[in-house]
Write a protein that binds this ligand. Sequence first.
Ligand SMILES: [Ca+2]
Ligand SMILES: [Ca+2]
Length: 283
Amino acid sequence: MEKVKAERLKVKGKTASGSNLSLSTSIIDFEEVKGQRLRVKGKKVTPGTTFRLLPFAFNLNNSPLTFHLNKKIICLSAILICSCTAYYKTLNAGKPWQGKPQQIPGRIECEFYNEGGEGVAYHDSDSINNGSGKLNPANGTFLNEFRMKEGVDISYTKSHDIDNNPYNRVPRNMDQLYVGWTKPGEWINYTVKVNRSGQYKVGLMYTANGDGAISLDLDGKDITGPLKVISTHDNRDTVAWRQWHHWNKADSLTSIVLKKGVHILTLHVVANGNMNFDYLELR
Ligand SMILES: [Ca+2]
Ligand SMILES: [Ca+2]
């Protein structure tokens, strides 16, 4: 947990809101109104007492209390004068790619996962990028060298009957970066900004050589359980390696409810692997 100064409910210059903020307050002085002892969760409250507020309100003698930073707090039993420190809870999930949370509603480009490396922003089965810099040799181009020093494996759609093959189930644009070489147990974090609270369908542009499964976490909690990703294997295609290049778009793997604000979305590879992920689409 990162300790930051807060004024006017702003953290790092941004208005703090939602589940990722908690407040800790120190009571500087207080004045009992009705002679009641002040207790929070059984702890006697006196000047100097520190306790945590989550979120923005707490119970004092079981009285709901709205909290204002560095202001007098008036509840049924006392007037408290408090100073406050805000704690910005971080999941240690890395930082948004190039400082830009991906927007919801919209597409979450799978290759724009968080910065922070193995164990923080993602977990990958090996530390090399099997696409950028390897399958796609380092040649100074953006597409071939995209995040080539990171463990997540990335490639991009190519013409010449590779990704524009007749077995695609949906039309495909070329030069689209995607995450590939997926294996069960791998996961990737995305910092997302939800612009309106509500229910969203989860779509996916993908290939799957065999039925697979993914799941999604929101702020570290599983919100979907395993979601089946239907195979795009096609026996008519006799080119073995191209079984990983039959693109399909799932319009709604499931529906999820999201609250407005910045969140961490985690994509887990649950079963089979052998999937390529271009983007998630939340609408
Ligand atoms: Ca890898
Ligand atoms: Ca993509």
